[in-house]
Design a protein around this ligand. Structure first.
Ligand code: NAD
Ligand code: GLY
Length: 387
């Protein structure tokens, strides 16, 4: 196990990364002094990992309430959030009852927002079970829900007490979800870590094969990058915006196609290629760097062509981005591989060229279809080793 720290003075917290951590009561118990917790999960993750966690806590004298939500990005909304509040109220959960998020980024973001707002704030613990959540969403305290008009538009900054990333849970993750997580891993290389980008070029096949050592390295390195950025700029007044590379385009794809049609990581991948294309049109990077970026996403099995929502729709949706200042869209763009900047200087004609060059008509009414079912045989595998 490796432990990193997100340095935020008296709100600093550890990220524990390793295999089999869901069996380690010692990592959770210090954060559960009142011997009560509410675990929030979903209908896919709960059958896999809830019972062992409940048992572990019960054997250590901790009572748990389970709140099981429907699975999917389309449920990351106010209505589902209401289900969490209702369960907490009905069960008379008090200010000292921590909420534990057990699942991917959707569960983590919603549980975090519930923790930030229930009784004006209760303790919060992250147990991320997707690669994307282990490398990105569980760290840094961004919590929230989607609005029909815009992605993640309602939320709060609210840090967890601890993040427990059990790499063994990734064995049951569908391939398409693993690849979606790799999109956010590549992001760190592109925005601030050229040696990591080079490592990914050399080790992509190991990651896709779920080689434990490669996964551990990629998760630790990603979390190191994220912890450094969040420690320096928790509330995104500067450097943290770089973590949104590809997200201005990507969020427009997710909202425009309907939440859940494109996975977040898939939309980020196609959006990152749009950001790279725009950077090239500004003459900040060359065609060789765009091609190198595209190749890495392609090797990860990620989409590099965006759906053609139409330029007007992209413009409308991107106008709701959280980075918009004074009505002006600000993009995260590349100065080189390993160096990103935030810029409001993209001329309208170049943006239009990017939108028409990077979007494909034949995907306009389709979806990036995928299975959310765990990979067959892998459930039993996890339970054999860790059950
Ligand atoms: P997700 O939470 O929808 O999980 C993906 C799918 O995998 C779901 O069907 C889930 O039930 C299933 N799953 C989870 N763990 C599993 C496991 N171990 N085995 C089998 N199936 C498993 O998606 P995600 O990619 O984890 O997260 C995407 C969300 O995270 C988006 O809503 C995005 O906006 C958000 N996000 C937030 C931040 C942040 O800083 N807060 C950063 C990046 C992304
Ligand atoms: N995922 C973007 C951020 O945490 O800032």
């Amino acid at each position: 196990m490796q432990t990193l720290t997100v340095g935020l003075a008296d709100r600093s917290y550890p990220i524990h990364i390793g295999s089999g951590l869901l069996r380690e009561a010692g990592l959770l118990l210090p954060h559960l002094p009142h011997k009560r917790a509410a675990i929030v999960s979903n209908t896919t993750v709960a059958p896999l990992y809830l019972e062992p966690l409940q048992l572990l806590l019960k054997n250590n004298g901790v009572d748990t309430l389970s709140i099981i939500l429907p699975d999917g990005e389309q449920y990351k909304n106010a209505e589902t959030l209401g289900l969490i509040y209702e369960a907490l109220l009905r069960n008379r959960c008090e200010r000292n009852t921590p909420l534990i998020a057990l699942g991917g980024g959707v569960i983590g973001d919603m549980t975090g927002f519930a923790a930030a707002t229930y009784l004006r704030g209760v303790p919060f613990i992250q147990i991320p079970t997707t690669l994307l959540a282990q490398v990105d969403s569980s760290v840094g305290g961004k919590t929230g829900i989607n609005h029909p008009l815009g992605k993640n538009m309602i939320g709060a900054f609210y840090q967890p007490l601890v993040v427990l990333a059990d790499i063994a849970t990734l064995r049951t993750l569908p391939d398409q979800e693993l690849r979606a997580g790799i999109a956010e891993v590549i992001k760190y290389g592109l925005i601030r870590d050229l040696p990591f980008f080079e490592w990914l070029e050399q080790n992509m096949e190991r990651l896709l094969a779920r080689d434990a050592e490669a996964l551990q390295y990629a998760i630790v390195r990603s979390c190191q990058n994220k912890a450094e950025v969040v420690g320096a700029d928790e509330r995104e007044s500067g450097e943290r915006a770089l973590l949104n590379l590809g997200h201005t385009f990507g969020h427009a794809i997710e909202t425009g196609m309907g939440y859940g049609a494109w996975l977040h990581g898939e939309a980020v991948a196609a959006g990152t290629l749009m950001a790279a294309d725009l950077s090239r049109r500004l003459c900040w990077i060359g065609e060789a760097e765009v091609a190198r970026t595209r190749q890495l996403f392609e090797r990860a099995g990620l989409p590099v062509i965006a759906p053609d929502l139409g330029a007007a729709k992209y413009r409308q949706l991107m106008g709701l981005d959280k980075k918009v200042v004074g009505g002006k869209i600000r993009f995260v763009l590349l100065k080189s591989i390993g160096h990103a900047v935030v810029s409001g200087d993209a001329p309208e004609d170049l943006l239009r060229q990017t939108l028409s060059a990077c979007a494909s008509f034949d995907q306009a009414d389709g979806t990036a279809s995928h299975s959310t079912k765990p990979a067959s045989g892998q459930v039993a595998d996890y339970q054999d080793r860790h059950g």
